[in-house]
Design a protein around this ligand. Structure first.
Ligand SMILES: [Zn+2]
Length: 353
């Protein structure tokens, strides 16, 4: 694998990850770009004890451009990526968090504020505009994993970064703004609410490690969707979404950089199989979120267990589950599909479709 670092016209970093060691990624970004936006702002919600990022500049970001203007297709005048590539990662032009200058008065007290320090990156899984993650070959998935691991390690070392989150939003129903197969990485200046809560629960758990105990129980239960020597994919007992699958490595590791070569090689065939089963359920491309839960940089890191949470909001061929009153206002999920039934449907879904 060869990594090449270069810069875009406005100074943002661009990384190429190539299978071939002789790949030439020296093309220069020819665009005349405006200056990068100022830092976003973090506001403290005193009722929830949570931080909210306020990023007004994101209102103007690129939204569903014409196919010949796709900024993730390589080497055309409007592209973010001037060279051909296998996998490419670059700093988001419209980031929710950045190291840009920002001067925010902190009123203190109940309405604290601070600059939205951190970094947001875009990961292009393939240069093929019409591909999807499920169609990537094992070598390509390994290259994406190598890029995720490399970026996780570097971002975790930046000052002020507390958690690194690699994820993919797929499908217009999820709210993606570019259809080209890609994901994102957020380097947050705090531990996100869900991660903090899970690790606090894990700290109270008696017996073995909470995540490892859950994995061991699920591997013996009725909700396994797929498994191989190193990974198991299952529908959790209390799935929140109609189709939700958690994918765990059998060995408890904190994050993607900690996976060994065998685990990395075994991930792609299992995961792309699960994605193809998901797409084959109703014969339509499923909107989904795929979210890597990694250990925070510092907070209760020793309790974490790397896993991927994959979920879709499609519950029937022509029906979506919306996060409405109960879920959005109360955080109280109601799932219309029994997890055991979802697991059975996914196991029986034809992956040859
Ligand atoms: Zn494209």
């Amino acid at each position: 694998m060869k990594r090449t670092i270069t810069h875009l016209a406005d100074g943002r970093e661009l990384f190429y990850y190539d299978r071939r060691d002789d790949a030439d990624r020296g093309a220069v970004d020819p665009r005349d770009l405006p200056p990068r936006p100022p830092a976003s702002q973090m506001r403290y919600d005193p009722l929830m004890d949570e931080w909210i990022a306020i990023a007004g500049h994101r209102q103007t970001r690129t939204h569903l451009p014409a196919a010949d203007e796709c900024p993730l297709c390589p080497a055309h005048p409007a592209s973010e990526i001037p060279s051909a590539y296998d996998v490419a990662v670059f700093e988001n032009r419209f980031p929710s968090f950045s190291f840009a200058e920002g001067d925010f008065p902190d009123p203190g007290g109940l309405s604290a504020a601070r600059p939205g320090i951190g970094r947001c990156e875009v990961v292009c899984f393939t240069s093929d505009h019409n591909a999807s993650f499920s169609s990537l070959g094992p070598d390509q998935v390994e290259l994406v994993l190598a890029a995720w691991a490399d970026r996780t390690a570097e971002l975790a070392a930046l000052p002020g970064v507390e958690q690194v989150f690699c994820f993919e939003n797929r499908g217009a129903e999820i709210g993606i703004t570019l259809p080209h197969p890609h994901g994102q990485i957020y380097a947050y200046p705090y531990v996100t609410p869900r991660t903090r809560h899970m690790l606090d629960v894990a700290a109270r758990h008696r017996g073995g490690n909470l995540f490892a105990d859950v994995l061991a129980a699920e591997r013996k239960g009725p909700r396994v969707v797929a498994a191989n020597e190193h990974w198991t994919a299952f529908v959790p007992a209390a799935a929140r979404y109609p189709f939700e699958v958690h994918v765990y490595p059998h060995r408890r590791v904190p994050d993607l950089p900690s996976l060994d070569a065998d685990e990395r090689a075994a991930f792609g065939p299992l995961y792309t199989g699960v994605l193809r089963r998901l797409d084959a359920l109703f014969g339509v491309a499923m909107p989904y979120v795929a979210a890597w839960h990694q250990a925070p940089v510092r907070y209760r890191r020793e309790l974490a267990h790397l896993h991927l949470q994959l979920f879709s909001v499609r519950r029937a061929p022509d029906k979506l589950k919306y996060l409405a009153g109960s879920e959005s206002a109360m955080g109280a999920f109601v799932n219309d599909v029994a997890p055991e039934e979802a697991a059975r449907m996914l196991r029986e879904s034809s992956i040859t479709n």
